[in-house]
Design a binder for this molecule. Structure first.
Ligand SMILES: C[S@@+](CC[C@H](N)C(=O)[O-])C[C@H]1O[C@@H](n2cnc3c(N)ncnc32)[C@H](O)[C@@H]1O
Length: 225
């Protein structure tokens, strides 16, 4: 009896070691694979969709722009693209017509910090370069709302301070404090992080509901959180 138990123990242990090896090698492989960037250093949108397996999904895309078209056209996603400004849709609506994806994209003028969609009604919520367009005091609400309506993943691509200086040196926008963003997302689930040359990508892979953070203050040289 004892011998059987010992053998079983060894088999279980060997299986753990094997599984750990498989996971570790996948992780190392992913770490090595850099995401393609364009000539300016922006991470290509399709690379993000590919890396985090956003295919055949119901997607909420925050901020009007090409990501919605790419997700619908090349990844067979059904996309709701939202923006606070109706004018922001003009180019992307034209592109949707040209690319023949109007049946898979809906454009809605909606504030990302206050969504009227029910809980978990999208598979994935994506914000590609949109969070720094939202006023500082409302960024947490935006993350909270994204996590509420997403059932699988929340992906946030944001400029690093270097990228922000390059693209928005002359603007009223304020950079997102990435240490704050990481903390905010990490407290809501399992977070995968990718550091590019001008942008970082944060992929929340499993979402914990109803997280409340009572008190946390972050400061940065620009005073942003
Ligand atoms: C850089 S664009 C988004 C780019 C786009 N995701 C892409 O694929 O290139 C940022 C957009 O966020 C929008 N925005 C700002 N505040 C917002 C809010 N509270 N809710 C929704 N959209 C907002 C701006 O109007 C702007 O059009």
């Amino acid at each position: 009896m004892q011998i059987i138990n010992k053998k079983e123990h060894e088999r279980t242990f060997a299986r753990y070691i094997h599984d750990f090896g498989v996971i570790a090698s996948r992780w190392l492989k992913m770490k090595d694979e850099r995401l393609k960037e364009d000539s300016e250093g922006l991470i290509e949108r399709a690379e993000i969709l590919k890396r985090w397996e956003i295919r055949n999904k119901i997607v909420l895309d925050i901020g009007a722009g090409p990501l919605a078209i790419i997700a619908a056209r090349d990844f067979n996603c059904t996309v709701t693209n939202i923006d606070i400004s109706e004018d922001a849709f003009s180019d992307v609506k034209r592109d949707a017509e040209r690319e023949g994806v109007t049946d898979r994209i809906t454009f809605e003028r909606v504030d990302a910090t206050s969504l009227s969609y029910p809980d978990d009604c999208f598979d994935v919520v994506i914000s590609y370069g949109a969070l720094h367009h939202i006023e500082i005091g409302k960024r947490r609400q935006c993350i909270q709302e994204a996590c509420r309506v997403a059932s699988e993943k929340v992906i946030v691509a944001e400029f690093s301070s270097k990228g922000f200086r390059k693209f928005h040196a002359v603007s009223d926008l304020k950079p997102v404090a990435l240490d704050w963003l990481e903390y905010e997302l990490e407290s809501r689930g399992v977070l995968d992080k990718y550091y590019g040359t001008q942008m970082n990508v944060y992929a929340l892979l499993s979402i914990t509901v109803n997280v409340s953070i009572s008190c946390c203050v972050f400061t940065s040289p620009s005073g942003t959180v």
